[in-house]
Design a protein. Sequence first.
Length: 348
Amino acid sequence: MIFTRYAIESMGYVEHPQSDLIEVHFAILKAFSLRGLNFEQNCSSKQSDVISFGRNCTLTISQSINEASKSLTGDVFVDDEEKWLAEKKAIPPFLLIYFRESVPRQLQGGYRQEKNGNILTYDAFPEGKKEIREWESESVPVIVTSIIVNLSTLDRQVDLIPIERIVFGITQDGKMLRDYRITGSASGYFSTTKSIQQINASLERSKNQASVLTKDICRNFYATLNEPDRMKKFLGYYQFIERLTHSTYKTLNFDRDAIDTFNVPVRVKESVTRFFESIFTYPKNLSQRFYWCTILVWNSLNENDVDCFLELKKVRDKLSHGEHIEEYELPVEKAKVLAMKLLGTSQT
């Protein structure tokens, strides 16, 4: 829908001349509820350290959304936290991620109004916030995936439920420009407790892991996190395992990684080594690549995990061939556990 000038002005906006210039530095706060995790009762402080994740991004975990926001931005997240918790039906603790664009944006004229000391604009930055959009697309899947992997155990998994997303700008004279979009979902879960030291350690591991993960690897895992459809969840986790297997295999080298796996007799060393190299270099299917990755890279995997992968692949093949499988029969939980184990989640 395209609003007329009358409709825009009836909402309280006033058109400013092109000569009226303001400079705005945009930022974003993404709030998640951590399900499956609680602070230990005797924690002296129920807030983690502030951790930097790449360029212009910081995050923290806290029992209070306002305390988290003050640690990251110097200002509260909401004026009335108790009211916000009730309205959102949000349950702490919270993960709050803060990203600030590196380049300021300029607004010439446009429709504006001031409310409670903040500047509200109407469609004033159609090309703005590009850096935020790129960060959300490229970095958020990696950050969220690495945090889930390192806060979870295989038998007690942590979920991040998106609660609120706030895009806002700060002008040169300190006024705020805000933009809201709200999302959320709900599900059943069990919680485990962690100390501040354990949470800080998990976030540091997440930071290190995020530096080596890529959006392409994490995209499918991230997409499944709050997907209610079991078929989509299963396919998402399976595709993640598939993509990770292919990408991991491509990093392997026969002479560097695999040659010592074979105990070749000296009398036929040259010819048999060439034979094994051909087997390693030209695997025909996903299963063969999964075996190589399990032998050479994924040291935490065992026979049960290989059997699990083969079961998942069999189900995926049946779906590909048009066979009907009831949603309740899909091994979604097994697929998720294997995906998390491949990413390094520990058993306990």
